[in-house]
Ligand binder design. Structure first.
Ligand code: GLC
Length: 652
């Protein structure tokens, strides 16, 4: 690469240079799918400080009637609900014509196929498969079913047929949720519930919600939508964004965006499509979506690995996009810890839930994104410092999380006996944790076998709640050690009735109740105990759970969870979340036909059918990092504290 990073970045910011929407992204697709009488162009326009859109104008010749217009994926303004239906009806047509694919074979043959294919770490997992069959058998026995061959076969066939129809339904719903821009698919709408009039922002494409959709499409070999999503969201990254005259850091990715059809300036007969991003400046609570950029990097790597098309990640604009996210995350601040400091609600839990500071979910995604970026960054003189900072952070971050976030029975007992107020370099209780913080529930709950990473760590504060996504993604990304990763899955198995129960997977455990709920959530009526983010159960988490289980060669655990979900998820119309301690109710305010519930289920099924495909999401710890990590442990940081020369750079 001849152009320096700074130069490229400048060009990006000024709107010049090679990164702007290229013709192949918009023109190519548009002309191949639009009739010739339809003229489309994509322009980037900064309308005002507060509203910045990516535009694709569709100039309609007067002889094109509204019907044809509708069929081209361009809604008209008016009643929102009607508008949504119009958009959806044309999307279905588009889905067929663009992809030319049909929803095909489901997978009812998981046991057989997976036993053959699962060989991620060179170890066949046939024992686990057999164990799972045993579990199934005993479940059937519990229900009073015979294992008689004939009855079994008939029942199996019926079961397979019903599972196949759930998958077919899920694929149809996922395709119906596709959102088009300039005639090309660029994402999926968050929820597509035809019976609901209260859509809030669920009619938008959320970055985090699209990840399972994108993975499902990748696993199905449909790469275009993911490529378009990656490139269009990249365009939004460098948009000017302000809230009350303040701009967040460059590199921030939006939480969501919407395709709007607006009249073209000065021309009544024409409309244009615009991409309207929300960086948190309109979101409830004005929360900053820290996870968006991290997920974007993870999806970018998955796209390359799955499609084999590395040209996207090699593009100058994409490389710049990666670096902008990294610079924002790696910027120096006041922090004493290598973990990323964020405000409350900066991730999947996007409301006040007491997760400000250093929540595990963000740290796991951060670590994962750093590893993925490291793999994709082109070696270039200008980025040597960035790569050095990235490597150092990876080592420090994994040390910090593995050491200080980990708890199991032994560690809990250690904390229980902690001395406090230790002013010294070699304090055992570094964060001054008062043993009284160990809540009675935890003493009872912690199994003899198993452990997990706590939700958050700050001075004098350990948030002992179990947060699923953070733990699962720590397994997937190898932020947790192999031993810890197995222990996390052991804990899930031991606490199945709490974490999976009637619908996988509890977002966190336990719920905040009483005064704690009042103080920590601000008496949030949406986050009442065992609802929504406060101990609700989210089917979408099934996909991350499946990747984690596959990585640890224990897919049978995920398969059990999928079976639990299959019992009711389709009948219940694919809710966003479930309520109550055992996930018995559809969530109080849950959207139905929530896209990431649908996509999460599909990804889980696809991966269980072909576990080796999970490698597009998994990152293994590399030997350089392992060496650096052991250097760090054996270097006994306590003794060297304060001496300048002890600050080693492990990887250059
Ligand atoms: C809720 C969830 C958030 C999700 C959004 C769209 O706000 O908390 O994680 O992205 O809905 O589904």
């Amino acid at each position: 690469m001849s152009m320096g990073t700074a130069e490229v970045a400048l060009q990006v910011l000024s709107g010049a240079g090679p990164r702007l929407l290229t013709s192949d992204m918009c023109f190519g697709n548009v002309y191949s799918t639009y009739p010739s009488s339809f003229h489309s162009k994509c322009t980037k326009k900064r309308t005002s400080e507060h509203m910045n859109f990516l535009r694709c104008s569709n100039m309609l010749r007067s002889h094109i009637g509204p019907k044809q217009f509708k069929g081209l994926g361009c809604g008209v303004f008016g009643d929102t609900a009607v508008n949504r239906f119009q958009l959806l009806s044309c999307k279905c047509q588009q889905a067929e014509s663009v992809s030319g694919l049909t929803a095909e074979d489901g997978n009812g043959t998981w046991f057989v196929d997976s036993a053959k294919k699962l060989n991620l770490n060179g170890v066949s997992n046939s024992t686990n498969i057999l164990e799972f069959e045993d579990v199934q058998q005993s479940e059937q026995e519990k229900k009073g079913l015979t294992s008689n061959g004939v009855v079994g076969t008939a029942r199996d066939t019926m079961h397979k047929a019903s599972v196949d129809s759930i998958e077919d339904e899920a694929w149809n719903l996922l395709r119906d949720s596709m959102v088009y821009y300039c005639g090309s698919p660029i994402g999926t709408i968050a929820a597509n519930d035809p019976t609901s009039s209260n859509v809030l922002n669920y009619d938008q494409v959320f970055i985090r919600d699209f990840i399972p959709s994108g993975i499902a499409f990748l696993l199905k070999g449909e790469y275009d939508i993911v490529r378009n999503f990656i490139l269009h969201t990249l365009q939004l990254q460098s948009w000017e964004k302000t809230m009350d005259c303040h701009s967040p850091g460059q590199g921030l990715m939006p939480a969501s965006f919407k395709v709007r059809t607006v009249p073209l300036d000065g021309d009544d007969s024409a409309t244009e499509e615009v991409l309207d991003p929300d960086f948190g400046e309109a979101a409830i609570g004005r929360v900053a979506p820290v996870d968006s950029g991290l997920w974007w990097i993870i999806l970018l790597r998955a796209y390359g690995k799955s499609s084999g098309d590395l040209s996207v990640q090699e593009r100058v604009d994409v490389q710049t996009g990666i670096k902008m996210i990294l610079r924002l995350c790696l910027a120096d601040g006041f922090d004493m810890f290598p973990t990323l400091l964020v405000t409350d609600g900066s991730c999947m839990i996007d409301r006040r839930m007491g997760i400000h500071g250093h929540p595990l979910e963000i740290q796991a995604l951060f670590y994962s994104a750093l590893l993925c970026a490291r793999e994709m960054l082109a070696p270039e003189d200008g980025s040597a410092d960035l790569i050095r900072a990235l490597n150092n952070r990876l080592v420090a971050l994994s040390f910090h999380i593995r050491e200080y976030y980990w708890i199991d029975l032994r560690k809990l007992n250690e904390i229980y006996r902690y001395k406090t107020e230790e002013y010294s370099y070699d304090a055992v209780n570094k964060f001054n944790i008062y043993p009284d913080q160990i809540s009675p529930w935890l003493v009872e709950w912690m199994p003899n076998k198993g452990g997990y990473l706590i939700g958050n760590l700050q001075p004098a504060h350990m948030d002992f709640r179990f947060f699923s996504l953070g733990n699962l993604w720590s397994v997937v990304s190898s932020l947790a050690t192999t031993e810890q990763s197995h222990a996390i899955l052991d804990l899930v198995e031991a606490k199945w009735a709490d974490l999976v129960a009637d619908m996988p997977f509890k977002i966190c455990y336990p719920a905040l109740e009483g005064q704690e709920w009042q103080i920590i959530t601000g008496s949030d009526p949406k986050n009442t105990p065992w609802s929504y983010h406060n101990g609700g159960s989210w089917p979408t988490l099934l996909w991350q759970f499946t990747v984690a289980c596959i990585k640890m060669n224990r897919p049978e655990i995920a398969a059990r969870a999928v079976q639990v979900a299959e019992r009711r998820i389709s009948k219940d119309k694919w809710p966003e979340y479930y309520d109550t301690k055992r996930a018995r109710f559809i969530g109080k305010q849950a959207c139905l036909f929530q896209t990431w519930s649908i996509a999460g289920y599909l990804v889980a099924k696809l991966l269980l059918a072909d576990p080796s495909a999970a490698k597009i999401l998994i990152t293994e710890e590399d030997s350089e990092l392992v060496n650096a990590f052991s250097c760090m442990i054996s270097a006994n940081p306590r003794r060297k504290r304060g001496r300048k020369d002890s600050k080693q750079t492990y990887i250059v």
